[in-house]
Design a protein around this ligand. Sequence first.
Ligand code: GUN
Length: 283
Amino acid sequence: MSAQVINGKELVQSVREHFRLEVEELAKHQVQPGLAVVLVGNDPASAVYVRNKAKACETAGIYSEVHRLPEDTGEEELLALVERLNGDKKINGILVQLPLPRHINEDKIIDTIHPDKDVDCFHPINVGNLMIGKPGFLPCTPAGVIEVLKRMKVEIAGKHAVVVGRSNIVGKPMAMLLLREHATVTVCHSRTPDMEQITSQADILVAAVGRPQMIKAKHLKPGAIVIDVGINRLPDGKLVGDVDFEDVLETAGMITPVPGCVGPMTITMLLANTIVSARRAAG
Ligand code: GUN
C-alpha cells in the first residue's frame, strides 16, 4: 500500500478562498480586519514566516503591518510597541514572532498582548480558556492540523491520536484540540522510553518534535494518518519534516508533505483568528 499524499496547496487554497469571501462580506459593513506582526532581530527563518504572513493577509484582504525591529531592541521598547498596538483600533490581532532575542523575556511580552488580540493563542488567559473548553482563539498550528484532518474526512472521534512533542506552541495545545474532537490522546516526548511501542498504536500521528526525519516506518501502524508539523533545514539546504517521508510512504495511509501543508494552513488559521477578532470588535 502506498500512502495518499495530501495535496496541501489545493487544500490551503480552498480554505483561504473561504476566508477571503468572509473578509469581502465584512467590508460591506465597513469592517476590515487588521493584523500587526512584530519581528525582532535577523533570524532568516522568522523573516520568511513573517513575509508569508503579510502576503497571506494581503491576498485575503486583511490589513497588515509589519514592525521590523533591530536585534538589540530593548524589552521596554518592545513592551511599549505592544501596548500601543493594544490600543490601536485598526489592529485586531498582534503577533510577536518567536523566538525573541535572548535579552527579551518572552513570557513578559506575551503577557502584555491583550488577550482579545492574542491571535496566536499564547496568552495564559487564552491557554487557560482552551483547557476548560471555552477557547477565545484556537491555537494556529494545532487548529490547522484539525482543519487538514476534517477536510480530508479523517474521523477523529474515538481514534487513538499520538502527539510527538510537548511544546507550548504545538504539542500541548494539539493534545487539547484532539481531545475536543473526542480522540484518545497520548503525548510522547524526549523522555518517553520505547516510543515506538506507543506511536505504533496511533491511528493519527502528529509529529511536532523539531528533529529532522525522526519518525520512520517502524514507528507507524500500517495505514496510520501522519501529520508532519516539523520543518527542518538539512545542512544541504533541503527542507524536511520530522517524518522520514520516503521511509514511511509504503506504511502510512495518508501523509502531509513538507513543506506546503501544515505551514500554510497555520497561516490560514491566523487569518481566521484575525477575522474572528475583528468581528468581535465590531460587535
Ligand atoms: N514561531 C514559530 N511558530 C510561531 C507561531 O506560530 N507564532 C509566533 N508568534 N511565533 C512563532
